[in-house]
Ligand binder design. Structure first.
Ligand SMILES: Nc1ncnc2c1ncn2[C@@H]1O[C@H](COP(=O)(O)OP(=O)(O)OP(=O)(O)O)[C@@H](O)[C@H]1O
Ligand SMILES: [Mn+2]
Length: 548
């Protein structure tokens, strides 16, 4: 305060100084605010636009160093539960700027408080303890494949033991392929020399196909979406057209083409077994399975391919090449040779050359890792007028429960997990499922072939849930995950929308349209409701796979 004894001129000097200081402070405050805002916003948006590295700088046994903690690069991540990092860096996410969903808007565009909070719903979900449960300690025989290095080549193992195990012999890899265009393979026992597809294979365990937190999943999908295509031939097995694509470092992918517009719903008069396969269903199924915490579908990614330069001109498959033609609209089309829909009436067409496809990472070759195919007890009758046994007998589950492998272990609840997944995406085509032979009956079920899912959003198909309805049994961890996915904070449709944004095809159009996403929430509520009904009538509904 100014003392009353001070003269008038001194007072005005003081006043002037006060004004000057006030305006300087205001200026400073304004400047700081603008700088701080920029500093808060940029890191929030950057993970989504950071391209994922494809080269093998990070090995499987070495944890991925996030931008915020480079010093953590040396800690082991394969077996220890760690805070998820890879999900924070969405793979292949250059396209997320399309912002079809508003998820990112929420993060960066709505006031200062939210700008600072950068975790999205998906990141929050994967941080949840239910997605970070302690994993069983894995023994040597819990890995599908193992490396046999030259040094350990003659470690006294009997021939029989060697035959039982799928052994990748390092010495074979140095005999580089002489085929034109393929990289010389000089892989050693060091993980950093392995291409992404090989690290994926080496990471398959008894309980899951991949560890969600391992950066290899993002590296693998990026690899499949960007590598030069060296080969494209038809893949035999199954009924519809599929191609086997090959890449320079010997990786391969299973291609399913886009055959109809994404929003086309299945014709109500078609039997499910006559429905077209959808490329976006294969992509979405991989994301959904991962969101449910299963990790039982090989990584799948979308890609725009050039049907002329990446199929027609490079294929060695003469039968396939013969089916190419130019449509009246001037588009390059082909139809291949297969049981269903391989005719000029059902062509796969580029625009004029560009075609949307899904690419699924291939599992290890059957000669290295044989698989067993199991007929589903709730298999549908593939006849137009016959009912299957489970459709006629309400107590059918009692029969199933008595028969191996459903009478012990986790097989029954595994099958129910699969039924839940299939109901959510409305996949009626689960006639068989596969397991890795090596793991016997104590292992997870592979959820392969999801091309007939997501065909209809306006209708649900309760019969897919019959295994749950008839057996009234479900894993505790599955149920708890379903419950949190029904909460607004983690809503299934929201995390699914966000997860799918990381796919390159999201830049073209959303992988799943909004009606399909809302159908997921509606169906999830139906599953939870069915479990409630079960709990009202039975005591042993919950399979205690976790006592947390
Ligand atoms: N990612 C994969 N890696 C290796 N093999 C695979 C993969 N996906 C599918 N397969 C194998 O290829 C076979 C055919 O694939 P898929 O079932 O997707 O074809 P489809 O034409 O849809 O079959 P269907 O007509 O029986 O529905 C499968 O039975 C499976 O054994
Ligand atoms: Mn199929």
């Amino acid at each position: 305060m100014i003392k009353p004894s001070l003269g008038g001129s001194t007072r005005s000097i003081y006043l002037g100084l006060a004004c000057l200081s006030l305006s300087l402070h205001l200026l400073l405050a304004f400047f700081c605010l603008s700088v701080l805002q920029t500093a808060c916003v940029l890191p929030t948006s950057s993970p989504a636009s950071t391209p994922t590295r494809t080269n093998s700088q990070h090995s499987q046994s070495i944890s991925h160093s996030s931008s915020s903690s480079p010093s953590s690069a040396a800690s082991s991540s394969r077996k220890l539960p760690t805070i998820p990092r890879s999900e924070e860096h969405h793979p292949l996410s250059a396209n997320t700027s399309s912002d079809a969903t508003g998820t990112r808007k929420k993060r960066i565009g709505a006031g200062k408080g939210q700008r600072v909070k950068s975790l999205s719903k998906l990141e929050e979900l994967f941080k949840h303890p239910l997605y970070n449960l302690p994993r069983p300690q894995l023994q040597d025989d819990d890995w599908l494949l193992r490396l046999k290095t030259n040094e350990h080549g003659s470690d006294g193992e009997s021939e029989e033991e060697e035959r039982e195990d799928a052994v990748l012999d390092e010495s074979q890899w140095h005999s580089a392929s002489g085929q034109e265009g393929y990289d010389k393979a000089a892989w050693t026992s060091k993980a950093e020399t392995h291409p992404p597809w090989l690290r994926f294979h080496l990471g398959i365990s008894r309980w899951e196909l991949y560890d969600r937190k391992d950066p290899i999943v993002a590296q693998l999908t990026h690899y499949l979406a960007t590598q030069r295509v060296l080969g494209a031939v038809q893949k035999t097995g199954g009924t519809q057209l599929k191609l086997l694509m090959s890449f320079p470092n010997h990786g391969q992918a299973l291609l399913k083409p886009m055959k109809q517009s994404r929003d086309a719903e299945t014709d109500v008069n078609l039997f499910y077994f006559s429905d077209f396969e959808r490329h976006n269903a294969e992509i979405a199924a991989f994301h959904l399975d991962r969101l449910l915490g299963f990790n039982r579908i090989p990584p799948v990614v979308g890609r725009l391919i050039n049907v002329t330069s990446e199929v027609r001109e490079i294929t060695s498959d003469k039968k396939l090449a013969r089916t190419f033609f130019t449509s009246p609209a001037g588009n390059v089309c082909f139809y291949g040779v297969c049981e269903y829909y391989c005719s000029s009436e059902h062509p796969v067409c580029g625009r004029p050359h560009e075609l949307e496809v899904s690419l699924a990472a291939m599992l290890p070759d059957l000669s290295l890792a044989p698989r067993r195919s199991w007929r589903s007890p709730w298999r549908r009758s593939y006849s137009r007028n016959k009912l299957a046994q489970w459709q006629k007998d309400p107590a059918y589950c009692d029969t199933v429960k008595q028969k191996p492998p459903y009478s012990e272990g986790t097989r029954l609840v595994d099958l129910i997990d699969m039924a839940v997944l299939d109901f959510l995406m409305s996949n009626m085509d689960r006639h068989h499922y596969e397991t890795f032979e090596k793991f016997g009956n104590e292992t997870f079920l592979l959820h392969l072939d999801n091309g007939r899912a997501f065909g209809r959003h306006s209708q649900d198909e309760p019969s897919i849930l019959v295994p749950l309805q008839q057996c009234c049994r479900i894993r505790r961890t599955t149920l708890l995950r379903l419950r949190i996915l029904s909460l607004p904070a983690f809503r299934l449709s929201d995390v699914m929308r966000e997860s799918l944004l990381s796919d390159p095809l999201a830049a073209v159009a959303p992988v799943l349209s909004e009606p399909h996403l809302s159908a997921l929430d509606r169906r999830l509520a139906a599953v939870l409701q069915l479990v409630e009904v079960c709990e009202q009538h039975h005591d042993d509904v919950i399979n205690d796979d976790w006592e947390g």
